[in-house]
Design a protein around this ligand. Structure first.
Ligand code: NI
Length: 247
């Protein structure tokens, strides 16, 4: 169930049975030579919607622009500064919490969002702690990185081993090709596996990782693998979501 396809009355009815909602959060940033700029937002969205279907849960609008300053030397990348993203997440949660939502299950598609999203959760808890209104509903937020679910990690390892890398991975590219088959761009990478290492700002990133990848070979991506990864993630995370929703 997608929030934006409900009426307010539908949402009021939903709140009588559940006070939990899934929030996909991703990024809009370069993903190497054959990965889509929307990869992280697409992955979070399709898995978030998959969990929503499996668990009968409401899914909020995707936060599709994340904290991606280090990708800005590649055209098409968009960032929110950490402070902007914190404010956005805080307002998103506060709006729904006012209506009665109390459990926010964030499905994340981008490693660069983790620190900022966690900081946003601390701001949200601080708002409650500092409030003199003791009747405020108790809000809980949880962040789950889809690629770190146990079943996904095992499958990625089995499919790609050391070619998985950490950015523009064959797993995430495969998942987007499963979601959008017409967007698939099979190609051979040169070098096959990209360099690994650290980065700071956008210029530093592009110097160290000239085609945008880190440690990965997305030339191994297939839509078939994407389907397997999708099924594994949804199976794992729907169970985790249900436990959180009833916590
Ligand atoms: Ni990514």
């Amino acid at each position: 169930m997608l929030l934006h396809l409900q009426t307010w009355a539908d949402v009021e009815t939903y709140l009588k049975t559940s006070r939990a909602i899934i929030v996909p959060i991703g990024s809009t940033e370069q993903h190497g030579p054959n990965g889509l700029v929307g990869t992280d937002a697409i992955c979070a969205e399709v898995i978030g919607r998959g969990i929503g279907e499996a668990a009968g849960a409401l899914v909020g609008p995707t936060i599709s622009v994340g904290m991606a300053q280090h990708h800005l030397a590649f055209p098409g990348s968009i960032t929110m500064k950490p402070t902007t993203l914190i404010a956005y997440i805080r307002d998103y949660v506060a709006s729904l919490s006012r209506a009665g939502f109390e459990r926010f299950y964030f499905i994340n598609g981008h490693g660069g969002n983790i620190a900022t999203t966690t900081a946003a959760f601390s701001e949200i808890y601080a708002d409650t702690s500092l409030s003199r209104d003791s009747n405020r509903p108790s809000v809980k937020c949880k962040l789950r990185n889809w690629w770190e679910s146990a079943a996904v990690k095992q499958l990625s390892k089995e499919l790609y081993g050391d070619s998985e890398g950490s950015h523009a991975t064959p797993s995430e590219v495969s998942l987007t090709w499963y979601a959008y088959p017409d967007a698939a761009r099979p190609m051979t990478m040169n070098p096959a596996v990209a360099p690994k290492g650290e980065f700071t700002d956008a210029a530093d990133y592009r110097r160290n990782f000239p085609d945008g990848r880190i440690g990965s070979n997305p030339g191994l991506s297939t839509a078939e693998a994407g389907k397997r990864l999708f099924d594994a993630a949804v199976k794992d995370l729907a169970v985790d979501y249900k436990a959180f929703a009833s916590s």
